[in-house]
Ligand binder design. Structure first.
Ligand code: AMP
Length: 608
């Protein structure tokens, strides 16, 4: 049976898990870490680095290292979030052909799903190395508050990575699943999920029969640990500006170092009261002298400069409970998810709000991937307990009507999958097309909501105004992804729809990216094969050279011996040449020749 892996594709870190013998296992990467930085870099030599390798070189290669791609996925170039990233990121972003966002790495332009696909490929590979076979299917998680464009783009990223994403599930729902699975509880729980880039809160009813029903969800897809880091960076930059009169933001490398130091300080302040931030040689004064940055940040300072961010999460939490008509007292347990929930002030705010201590049972960094793996297992019936997930759509789906207003079609917090039909009639004689602007959001003014696409019904029957009635079905599937179809009510004929104004990739673009991804996988395999052979060859050369003197002493006096020594030298030269040329097939032959030579050398030494 095909294994389904669960991937938590995080803003800062990603995590992969799989169900084995009824138990979800979080899989460690080669370095032994259970989470992998969601970072991608391109080296000067054109080599792609993902995860820890990318993170390690981020300071020296800031311009070509992408982090937090999730903040951009499925967003339009014109969005305020995109503007913010373009001003603060150390890498460059440009406008794509669909009004989408593209990322520049070493003069090559990548779509955001492509970059996320690089992270997903890495997670796929980590799972494959652990399982020992290829993995084709995955459940990938997204923030509950992600809209249709963001979900679709995440799904595209999966396809580009060569994964069949059999389900997209919401992160807090996945966390609740991991929390409640196999525990036989009947409870109303709230999940507070503050990660690197996004915030979600969901309230769920967990039933002992394995039913997980989301009652209400809300969030902010641009609120997370990164914003806390940004506050610390501002604090450092402003302090430096006051002291030295120099703006550190102008220097990419300085900015990347500040980012690192800010995050580190924030994390440390979860366990200590005070940290010293020390960045020697941060910038030149312009008078041929290097300047250092040194400041002490206390936990109280951090709490003060980020208080409004924590307050925003509390406001959202209050709102979602109000929307669902649930009082705080009714919530029986609170689950904290996401690395940011380790911050004491975040914990105490949640505790204060609910008047109870949050549950300690789950691992905030791993629980989402575990939930995704459990859902994956359940979808292919590779689990011991039945799981029924009933999630909701986080934002109202609607369409633009006269006066630029939004007419809601499917209200937020409706259980998915769901559909809603609506009849349209032509308003002019011989009208052959109808345009429907579909959007998501809570605003009354349509253009303040997210435009999902313009759906144009074409080729309508020519008739008098009002004579053609078309039934349009708006559907949201279990992934939270929207589709629209239409039919002529009189003829029953399916009406074709052209979708424009979406920021998503076209089918052809995705296919080209899938092909490029496959090509990369082949190259990577070849690279790894070469590296393996190189290591083996170098080890053998080392051993041969170590024995050379002894062998020369024993056989160097005879013609036969001198000939053998000469041949050995030839083998080593050829092996080194193959290493220099990165010629893997030739190196394979030389490894065999080196092995024979070493065997012969060892034989000579043993006999002597
Ligand atoms: P996640 O996306 O869940 O991996 O969350 C990552 C975010 O959590 C990043 O912004 C981290 O800096 C932050 N984080 C991780 N550990 C801690 C900690 N001990 N204290 C405060 N923030 C943390």
């Amino acid at each position: 049976m095909d294994k389904v892996i669960g991937i938590d594709l995080g803003t800062t870190n990603s995590c992969v898990a799989v169900v084995e013998n009824g138990q979800a296992v979080v899989i460690a990467n080669r370095g032994g870490y259970k989470t992998t930085p969601s970072m991608v870099a391109m080296t000067e030599a054109g080599k792609r680095l993902v995860g820890h390798l990318a993170k390690r070189q981020a300071i020296t290669n800031a311009e070509n290292t992408v982090y937090s791609a999730k903040r951009l996925i499925g967003r339009k170039w014109s969005s305020p979030q995109c503007k913010q990233v373009s001003q603060s990121a150390s890498y460059n972003i440009v406008e794509g052909p669909h009004g989408d966002v593209r990322i520049v790495l070493r003069d090559k332009v990548y779509s955001v799903p492509e970059v996320s696909a690089m992270v997903l490929s890495e997670m796929k590979l980590i799972a494959e190395e652990y399982l020992g076979h290829e993995v084709k299917k995955a459940v990938v998680t997204v923030p509950a508050y992600f809209n249709d464009n963001q979900r679709q783009a995440t799904k595209d990223a999966g396809a580009i990575a060569g994964l069949d994403v059999i389900r997209i599930i919401n992160e807090p729902t996945a966390a609740a699943l991991a929390y409640g699975y196999g525990r036989n509880v009947d409870k109303l729980v709230a999940v507070y999920d503050l990660g690197g880039g996004t915030f979600d809160v969901s309230v769920l009813e967990i039933g002992s029969s394995g039913v997980f029903k989301v009652v209400s969800t809300a969030g902010d897809t641009f609120l997370g640990g990164e914003d806390f880091d940004a506050r610390v960076i501002d604090w450092l930059v402003n302090g430096f500006q006051e002291e030295q009169g120099i703006d550190l933001r102008k220097d990419r490398m300085a900015l990347q170092r500040l980012k690192d130091a800010a995050e580190k300080a924030k994390v440390e302040l979860s366990s200590v009261e005070e940290v010293e931030i020390n960045l020697p040689f941060i910038i030149s004064s312009g008078r041929n002298e290097a300047l250092h940055l040194q400041r002490v940040l206390s936990r109280a300072d951090l709490e003060q400069i980020t208080a409004d961010l924590v307050d925003r999460t509390v406001d959202i939490m209050r709102q979602t409970l109000d929307d669902a008509g649930i009082s705080r007292e009714e919530v029986e347990d609170v689950v904290l998810v996401g690395g940011m929930t380790r911050m004491p002030r975040v914990q105490s705010s949640v505790q204060e709000f609910f008047g109870r201590e949050p549950s300690k049972g789950v691992h905030p960094d791993e629980v989402v991937a575990v939930g995704a793996a459990i859902q994956g297992g359940a979808l292919v019936e590779d689990s011991q307990q039945k799981v029924v997930l009933l999630d909701v759509t986080p934002q109202t789906l609607g369409m633009m009507v006269a006066g630029g207003l939004m007419e809601p079609l499917i209200p937020k917090d409706t259980t998915v999958p769901t559909l809603r039909t609506k009849a349209f009639t032509t308003s002019r004689d011989n009208q052959t097309a109808v345009k429907i602007l579909v959007m998501q959001g809570e605003h009354e003014e349509a253009n303040k909501n997210e435009l999902l696409g313009e759906f144009i019904l074409t080729g309508l029957r020519k008739a008098n105004a009002g004579a053609v009635e078309i039934e349009v079905t708006f559907e949201i599937n279990a992934d939270g992804i929207v589709s629209v179809h239409a039919k002529d009510l009189e003829t029953g004929k399916q009406q074709s729809i052209t979708v424009t104004a979406t920021s998503g990739l076209t089918k052809d673009e995705i296919q080209a990216m899938i092909d490029a991804g496959k090509q990369y996988a082949v190259e990577r395999k070849r690279d790894e094969e070469y590296e393996g052979r190189k290591q083996e060859a170098e080890g053998l050369i080392f051993e041969i050279e170590r024995l050379h003197e002894k062998v020369a002493k024993v056989v160097g006096g005879s013609d036969y011996g001198r000939d053998a020594l000469e041949k050995a030298k030839g083998v080593i030269d050829r092996a080194r040449h193959a290493i220099d040329r990165r010629d893997s097939p030739a190196l394979k032959e030389q490894v065999e020749a080196l092995t024979r030579t070493l065997k012969m050398f060892k034989g000579v030494v043993a006999k002597a």
